[in-house]
Design a protein around this ligand. Structure first.
Ligand SMILES: Nc1ncnc2c1ncn2[C@@H]1O[C@H](COP(=O)(O)OP(=O)(O)OP(=O)(O)O)[C@@H](O)[C@H]1O
Length: 256
């Protein structure tokens, strides 16, 4: 088994708030992990730190066997991609131009996208149900369409380590399932790795092999989804009772 992303005794503070203390975790090729915690628990901050967008206070982050702090930004962009939660930084470009930006880490400095890059981009637009919007300006897309475009761009970038901050934001129920299936199938069949923050425990149960629980008042916990998505852990995580109902359709989670 290859460990694609690992942390060792990672400590992160933001402002005067301790987000994570002593997080040690190893995410293997082919695994899908969920990142859970209440509002303000630090999920976004942790994902940004793992993507190299901010520095940890102490501890180590490794991509494969390399320290993240020693990897240059171009190589980092080929190894790791992040779907940001509220990304309003999009230029007024077409959908096709935007999705093609995912190929940039794979091209040399002055190289234009070629036929193969365009084919990869078209394929991602078809898979995310955006092909009919290919020539539209991104400013004309709905919230759900913009979210699907972010997922398409991540697929086109095709890094080994995918980080996603609430990837189901703005998506209707069928798109939530179809897009998470698309991402997780891709990661599993290409021996990549996906760590995503999610608020919907039913989606976590369905798609994640393992989870990181960011508790409000104690050290984070990592383990198998099946072992940690249980009432006492969830109540400690959200400071609110959660019912776990075993049905013929699988386990369902309902806030009391
Ligand atoms: N720039 C900042 N300066 C100080 N504190 C910040 C800053 N950005 C975020 N925080 C605080 O850090 C904590 C963690 O925020 P973060 O966005 O990582 O949480 P989250 O788990 O992603 O929350 P949510 O589920 O609401 O999206 C919050 O209490 C937030 O108010």
């Amino acid at each position: 088994m290859t460990t694609l992303l690992s942390t060792h005794q990672l400590n992160i503070r933001i402002g005067n708030k301790q987000i994570c203390t002593g997080l040690s975790a190893g995410i293997q090729a082919g695994e899908v992990w969920g990142l859970l915690g209440g509002n303000g628990a630090g999920k976004t901050t942790l994902l940004h730190t793992l993507a190299g967008l901010r520095k940890p206070d102490s501890g180590q982050i490794l991509y494969k066997s390399e320290l993240l702090s020693g990897i240059n930004s171009r190589k980092k962009a080929r190894m790791c991609g992040i779907l940001l939660q509220d990304d309003e930084s999009q230029f007024p470009a077409t959908v096709m131009e935007t999705v093609l930006q995912g190929r940039h880490p794979h091209l040399s400095l002055w190289q234009w996208e070629g036929e193969e890059d365009e084919q990869i981009a078209v394929d991602a637009l078809i898979k995310t149900d955006l092909a009919e919007h290919k020539d539209k300006n991104v400013t004309q897309l709905s919230g759900g369409e913009k979210q699907r475009l972010k997922i398409a761009t991540l697929l086109v970038q095709n890094p080994d380590i995918l980080l996603a901050d609430e990837p189901t934001n703005h998506l209707d129920l069928p798109h939530q399932i179809n897009l998470l299936k698309l991402l997780t199938d891709r990661v599993r069949s290409n021996s990549q790795t996906l760590l995503m923050s999610l608020h919907d425990l039913n989606l976590v149960w369905r798609f994640c092999d393992k989870v990181i629980l960011l508790y409000p008042d104690r050290e984070p916990e990592t383990g198998n989804t099946v072992d940690l998505l249980i009432p006492d852990h969830l109540e400690a995580l959200y400071q609110h009772p959660i019912h776990c109902l075993d049905t013929d359709k699988g386990r369902l989670f309902v806030a009391a």
